[in-house]
Design a protein around this ligand. Structure first.
Ligand code: Z5A
Length: 221
């Protein structure tokens, strides 16, 4: 696709996606490139409504297929109204989660057949697919501990419906992501998400420079 680059962050709970997506947006911005930082589910008013619905816990009882359809409805709007126009105008889009989350959460861990997910992905996103996906990999228990610590520090309400699932669910997610990376090595880079945020950021920057270094000015290095 001519125009901007589409970079997604993926990984389990507390793997540091949001932290690293923000840091990468700043890094790319320093190179003088316009960046759109967004997330899934979310990124548009309609998709944020879907986010509220899914994270409220009211949809889980309807099963993984119903949830997958909701995530793809949100994604269709997100791609159509925000991501595709931004890329077409030359902006880089950095997105916290995208279709790999559906592949792993509703597919691998939720048993929605892979061919159904791929068909829905073609309908919702078409040719607008990530150029680079950074999969933040961390032991499931360690990621959950980070998410729990943050929630307790903020005194926020209870864990969301995904965070509440048992450890084996989160271990399946980790294996699912490693499977996605293995199936699409040209697009995906597995990033060791252990260590300090600065150490992880260094690995992220190396992966992005390795792929898109020619597009980033010396200023960003
Ligand atoms: N979902 C789905 O099932 N299907 C789909 O298709 C899509 C999504 C698109 C969205 O929730 C949920 O929707 C998600 C999957 C599902 N499941 N859950 N839960 P969300 O957006 O609210 O949650 P999340 O995506 O899992 O994000 P998160 O829990 O906020 O984690 P994160 O973004 O990976 O991490 P973070 O916010 O950057 O960091 C978490 C905490 O750890 C925070 O206090 C940081 O300061 C700290 N942190 C970050 N990095 C480090 C390092 N390196 N060391 C120590 N501490 C760190």
């Amino acid at each position: 696709m001519a125009g901007g680059k589409f970079i997604t962050f993926e990984g389990g709970e507390g793997s540091g996606k949001s932290t690293q997506a923000q840091r990468l947006a700043a890094f790319v911005g320093v190179a003088g490139i316009e960046v759109v930082l967004t997330r899934e589910p979310g990124g548009t008013p309609f998709a944020e409504q879907v986010r509220d619905l899914v994270l409220s816990g009211t949809t889980a009882k309807h099963g993984a297929t119903a949830e997958a359809l909701l995530f793809f409805a949100a994604r269709a709007d997100h791609v159509e109204t925000l991501i595709r126009p931004a890329l077409a105008s030359g902006k880089w889009v950095i997105c916290d989660r995208f279709t790999d989350s559906t592949r792993v959460y509703q597919g691998v861990a939720g048993s929605v057949p892979a061919d159904v997910i791929e068909m829905l992905n073609r309908v919702a996103a078409g040719a607008t697919q990530p150029d680079l996906t950074l999969i933040l990999d961390i032991d499931a228990a360690a990621g959950l501990a980070r998410a729990t610590e943050r929630r307790e520090a903020k005194s926020s309400a209870g864990a969301d419906p995904f965070e509440q699932r048992d450890l084996s669910f989160h271990q399946r997610l980790r294996q699912g992501y490693l499977g996605v990376a293995g199936a699409d090595p040209g697009r995906c880079r597995v990033i060791d998400a252990t260590g300090t945020p600065d150490a992880v950021q260094q690995r992220v920057h190396e992966a992005v420079l390795g792929r898109f270094g020619a597009h980033l000015s010396g200023k960003a290095r």
